[in-house]
Design a protein around this ligand. Structure first.
Ligand code: SF4
Length: 552
């Protein structure tokens, strides 16, 4: 095969992923270059680029979301005057424990779930707005360009190759073929969100997680509803524990009152669950049938749907965040505060610290790992480092179930995050799945089409689209395992954990075989994480494909 001729672009700093981490980094970098950041000298005239796999900034952004504005206020002090899309300041915070029929309101809201001073936001709207703030700062934001592989010179990262466009299912060029571009950069910052595909390659190649706790994840499934007037005041926050999860599985639900009679409703299920039939989408649908929840939503309509894995390992799962020529920021670097259910402010702060450190490195003409190490040191000594240290054992505390988790969690709060030991161990999410029991079948699932929806209906609400005739972006290393060992040992759990009906076991002339409906994929990364054999690799599809999130 003739070698593909690729265009090469040269930039000084390349940010991969237009989420809160990289957009904050790019805004800060642009402002440093303009001499607008006191205390950080401009390294001169640099070229800055942000690439994003989605069709636009914000189209793949999804979060609860309650924003702690601390980092945003540091980044853009006049964010309110500039029209930052804040749905509402948080008013009241309520916490309930749900049984099947009853809702027991906690007499006190634990301090981590008190959100006074925070704002309910749509992360999609916020990141679109952050993208607009780049205007005039000399930063190029290029959507529809996924980073498909890292470029190396020896062990130094020298940029990113973007994905080819116009390949057919077999990987052969079609008439509209456009080869990906090699974007060479002095420093590359990876802010791809949870389980970033380039970050995964980088961490594996350099063993950046050596000595860390394994990363653990939850999957959040969410719908935004438009409801009749007066259901949930803008700014009202409801969190729940209990139903429909059993006491062994960590997770909980949320309802956030948004502007214009919209409610953000969602459920987070720990991917450390044991039962192979657990289905985070179905768990969320059951959550909505609880009388407490249904009364807020009944008579309304869904306007958007989405799902995303959330990295909850926290402090002890933070890998080395630097190598020669490259940094890792935001959720990709395990920089989320799971106890507060918040990662937007820490992602932004990491992007800002990355910008400050990179400016210094480029001024000195040195972007080696030894110099970039300053990034991790400054994260640790910043307010975000202290915040993450104080909750360093939070998620691990729930490895033994909800009730012991609450006891450990209270103890940790009283001891500055320590609890009964300085570092609680944990187990990777996919290793906790138990095998099928004899005769065990998946539970029946029914959806009424009014309050509860099947996965395909919800995928429709996510606006997801991919070019159909392209190589499959869910790469299963050994498909024979699917219809042999996996059917017998786990009952093909990919059919259950994927919240978008991508995987199905279909009858064929050769028997039961795996069928992958890749065009439904909402890019949540759950399959890459929870597959019990670790053989599913999520790679970037053709640029611009994926969800088109609205208000999420
Ligand atoms: Fe999520 Fe994987 Fe399903 Fe895509 S295929 S929606 S990444 S679980």
């Amino acid at each position: 095969m003739t070698e593909i001729q690729r265009e090469t672009l040269e930039v000084d700093v390349l940010f991969v992923g237009a989420g809160p981490a990289c957009l904050a980094g790019a805004i800060r970098m642009g402002r440093i270059l303009k001499g607008q950041v006191p205390g950080v000298a401009s390294p001169g005239d640099l070229s800055i680029m942000v690439i994003e796999k989605g069709a636009e900034a914000g189209s793949h952004s999804i979060s609860g979301a309650i924003l702690d504005p601390k980092a945003l206020a540091e980044l853009i002090p006049d964010f309110r005057d500039r029209g930052a899309p804040l749905e509402s300041p948080v008013g009241d915070d309520d916490l309930y424990y749900l049984t099947r029929r009853r809702a027991l309101r906690s007499p006190i809201t634990p301090p981590p779930l008190r959100n006074h001073g925070c704002f309910i936001v749509s992360l999609g709207k916020l990141t679109r707005w952050m993208g607009e703030q780049l205007e005039g700062l000399g930063v190029d934001l290029i959507p529809g360009f996924p980073g498909s592989e890292l470029l190396y010179e020896d062990d130094r990262v020298v940029g990113v190759r973007t994905g080819d466009k116009g390949l057919d299912r077999e990987g052969k060029p079609k008439s509209n073929f456009e080869p990906g571009v090699d974007i060479r950069a002095k420093v590359t910052v990876l802010g791809e969100g949870a389980r970033g595909s380039l970050t995964k390659q980088l961490v594996a190649r350099h063993h950046l997680d050596a000595g860390c706790n394994p990363q653990v994840y939850t999957t959040g499934v969410k719908e935004v509803w438009e409801v009749p007037e007066g259901r949930l005041r803008p700014g009202s926050v409801v969190h729940t524990l209990g139903f429909p999860l059993d006491a062994k599985t960590f997770g909980g639900g949320f309802l956030y009152g948004m502007a214009d009679n919209h409610i953000s409703a969602g459920f987070v299920t720990d991917l450390g669950y044991e039962d192979p039939h657990t289905d985070p989408h179905s768990v969320f649908q059951q959550f909505k049938t609880h009388p407490l929840v249904a009364r807020f939503l009944e008579g309304g309509r869904v306007v958007s749907y989405g799902a995303k894995a959330i990295p909850e390992g926290g402090y002890w799962s933070i890998p080395q965040l630097y190598v020669d020529g490259c940094l890792i920021a935001g959720d990709s670097g395990s920089l989320l505060n799971a106890q507060r259910l918040k990662g937007i402010h820490t992602a932004m702060k990491s992007g800002m610290i990355a910008a400050d450190v990179v400016a210094g490195c480029l001024a000195a003409g040195d972007s080696s790992a030894a110099r970039l190490k300053e990034y991790q040191d400054r994260i640790k000594s910043s307010w975000m480092g202290r915040e993450l240290w104080n909750v360093r054992n939070f998620h691990q505390a729930f490895d033994g179930g909800l009730w012991s988790g609450l006891v450990h969690s209270a103890l940790q709060m009283a001891t500055g995050g320590r609890g009964v030991r300085n570092r609680y161990p944990t187990v990777a999410s996919h290793e906790r799945m138990r095998r099928l029991r004899p005769g065990e079948k998946p539970p029946g699932r029914a959806f009424d089409g009014k309050l509860t929806f099947d996965k395909l209906t919800d995928v429709y609400f996510s606006g997801t689209k991919h070019e159909e005739n392209q190589p499959c972006h869910l790469v299963v290393a050994d498909v024979d395992i699917c219809h042999t060992r996996c059917t017998e040992e786990y009952g093909n759990p990919c059919q259950h954990f994927c919240p978008a009906s991508v995987y199905e076991m279909a009858e064929t002339d050769e028997g039961l075989r795996l069928r992958i409906n890749a065009s439904n994929c909402v890019h949540c990364k759950t399959c890459d994480i929870k597959d019990p054999y670790g053989i599913i690799n999520w790679v970037t599809p053709e640029g611009g494909g994926g969800p088109a999130y609205v208000s999420l």
